[in-house]
Design a protein around this ligand. Sequence first.
Ligand SMILES: NC(=O)c1ccc[n+]([C@@H]2O[C@H](COP(=O)([O-])OP(=O)(O)OC[C@H]3O[C@@H](n4cnc5c(N)ncnc54)[C@H](OP(=O)(O)O)[C@@H]3O)[C@@H](O)[C@H]2O)c1
Length: 263
Amino acid sequence: MKDGNDLSRKKTIWVTGAGSGIGAALVRSLVADGHFVIVSGRSRDALLEVQKPAPKLVRVLSCDVGDDASMASAGAALREITDQLDMVIACAGVCEYDDNLSLDVDSYRRVFDANFFGVVNTLREALPLLANAREPVFAAVGSLSSVVGFPRAEAYGASKAALQYFMDAVRADTSRLPLRTVLIRPGFIETPLTRENDFNMPFLMSPEDAADRILAGLKTRKAVIDFPRRLSWPLRLLGMLRPVWFGWCAPRMTRIKKLRRAG
Ligand SMILES: NC(=O)c1ccc[n+]([C@@H]2O[C@H](COP(=O)([O-])OP(=O)(O)OC[C@H]3O[C@@H](n4cnc5c(N)ncnc54)[C@H](OP(=O)(O)O)[C@@H]3O)[C@@H](O)[C@H]2O)c1
């Protein structure tokens, strides 16, 4: 019998970006609840660390979500582990800021490969297995940064905004099916991704708190899980009051004082 088909376990769940931060915290919580979790990321060593406390409930499946060939092999390996997936949480992601509006296309591609195409690849490999579950859930981790345009976040915020549209379109396309799609938009969480941030991060939360909010939200019928509310509400309001955001907030946040001149 495939490990993922063992009915003594509660649910079979695939988490990408599970080697650190929010993903690793989600896995710890899911395993504590008795679920069987397949963990993915590029660093096998990091995934093995996550597996250590619960080797029977965690299976390591290393892959690069942005690499189509790597994801095709991961999909084949996934089908060896299980015939069905009850839930997928596509959490893998990277952040690169565009300082000085340098518009370095390689950096934009790296960010889109992980944050946008990574989710497309994950859904493609997961969909036939989700189709075998009774109440399947596909959740992807976006960001509150997609609510308004943040300075330096041209690549990161755009990748998350693209993901948001993608998740809406998938939701529309599957609206007659049992598949539930959920977009998760966290605020600032203390993880390796934000470690280098040299600016004030309001309402910074621990990955454990983030995982609790996500798992509580996934138990409801919500299609979008935004948190913390004390950040998401003001941002959503500012997203509507665009003259205030661009006329008052943005000038206080941008670091660009002049453009590079030709010649
Ligand atoms: N931290 C925040 O404030 C915050 C806020 C909003 C949204 N988010 C989102 O939350 C998600 C998790 O981020 P985090 O904060 O927990 O940061 P993190 O600790 O850096 O986790 C990101 C994980 O994604 C994996 N990953 C990155 N690129 C990958 C790829 N191409 N293929 C497979 N795995 C890949 C990384 O592992 P490997 O390097 O080993 O592959 C890492 O374990 C991301 O999507 C991020 O954009 C974070």
